[in-house]
Design a protein around this ligand. Sequence first.
Ligand SMILES: Cc1cc2nc3c(=O)[nH]c(=O)nc-3n(C[C@H](O)[C@H](O)[C@H](O)COP(=O)(O)OP(=O)(O)OC[C@H]3O[C@@H](n4cnc5c(N)ncnc54)[C@H](O)[C@@H]3O)c2cc1C
Length: 470
Amino acid sequence: MHLGQSIEADYAVIGSGAVGMAFVDTLLAESTASVVMIDRHHGPGGHWNDAYPFVRLHQPSAYYGVSSKKLGRGAKDATGLNVGMYERATGAELVSYYEQLMQEFLATGRVKYFPMCDYLGEADGVHPFKSLMSGETRQLNIQNKLVDCTYLQTAVPSTHPPKYEVAEGVTCVPLNDLPRVKAPPSGYVVVGSGKTGIDACLWLLENGTSPDRITWVMPRDAWYMNRAFVQPGEEFFLQSYGSFTAQMKAVAEATSFADLLKRLSASKQLLRLDDGVKPTMYHGAIMSESELRELQRIKNVVRMGRVTRIEQNQIIFQYGVLATDPDRLYVDCSASAVARRPVVPIFAGNRITPQFVRTVQPTFSAAFVAHVEANYARESEKNALCGVVPLPDEPIHWLIMLAANMRNQARWGKDKGLRNWIANNRLDGFTALAKGVKPDDGEKMALLQGYGQHAAAAAANIQKLIETGL
Ligand SMILES: Cc1cc2nc3c(=O)[nH]c(=O)nc-3n(C[C@H](O)[C@H](O)[C@H](O)COP(=O)(O)OP(=O)(O)OC[C@H]3O[C@@H](n4cnc5c(N)ncnc54)[C@H](O)[C@@H]3O)c2cc1C
């Protein structure tokens, strides 16, 4: 391989998605390091560049993005299924946010950016990357560390073909193509029960499709987080901290994992589509109760496992066959957003592999990892602060993640500098609210005290509970 010009920087960051951007933002703010960023996409923002036109964050914008730059106006939705709750950025807003941010990075003179370039991996200490446009291959001359922000391998339907066969004459599109429908088909079949499947169903309903014309293929039912309980802002204090406390109380008092799920479901901490069906999946998707009620209007929910093949007159599943007709439109939502790869140490020699250090919070986690990199010296100490919170797939992972989260939280709580950093970081969302409670505010103080007591009891019970659910 002929290697052209070498590009030198202290850090080489592979991937300018949400994780790469959050990492670099904090590194620039807290060190004097120079950075080179490489990405296959034409612009920053990663998978948000490939998203369907009606995508939105499923969490509030208030604590997504990067530490230094606000996302959104801090407004609440006045209409729709998120009414009364904090705004959630659209895909277009996110792409624009990341574009502006990249301009700010470049203006520092410390960042070089190579979009439309493929990092080819390390071989014998050489780090080649190749332009997708010119084919030219150059190499990275990394003075300090390589930061692999591609490890989560986010997949969206537009960039991943369906995981099942589609016979000739059947129309099957990624949900990106849904708004291009020109004439109504005889019905819609949404394949997938994750976040994108939910979005496809909600979009169809919001745009006037009768629920009777939607068939929802649900290979696995899922538990969902309740968006009402992850609202930042003073006015939601009792709701949010009330929820954190209820969760801790449930973990402290439950006698088994099944009992815990019963308690979390009864208090609406976790939501599910059908009370008669036991969910076998948990991916951390967040929804509002209004969205849930809307989705419950769809009665044609098919639970026959994964689709293996769609033909003009039948759909073949793992566990059965369903008659269909050739005029149906199939909407593929089967890409699994995040790959569940093995956990690796975040800091290992001259490589950093950002992963989650807080439950399903990729951007907070990336900023936190950069903060630790910039401010702590020993690798063992860095890894101890950055215990990896594994990604979820099954319901028990809700509890496994909570346990890992609590271990990190306990370590962070012993470090005053870290406590302050977290409380002042916009990506955290909630700590500043608790810190701001006035000692004479009896109701809030009592809630925080209760939270602390239940959290201690939960920590004592959590491992035993996990064992009952494995
Ligand atoms: C529909 C949807 C909604 C979501 N909503 C939320 C939400 O509300 N809140 C939340 O916290 N999370 C949400 N997520 C999870 C989401 O995965 C993360 O928020 C985050 O965007 C992931 O960012 P990332 O940087 O890890 O991945 P990506 O966005 O995939 O970025 C990785 C980048 O690396 C580049 N890359 C990969 N390999 C190479 C290579 N060899 N050479 C060069 N470049 C490479 C890719 O081109 C890409 O740009 C959502 C996910 C989906 C799909």
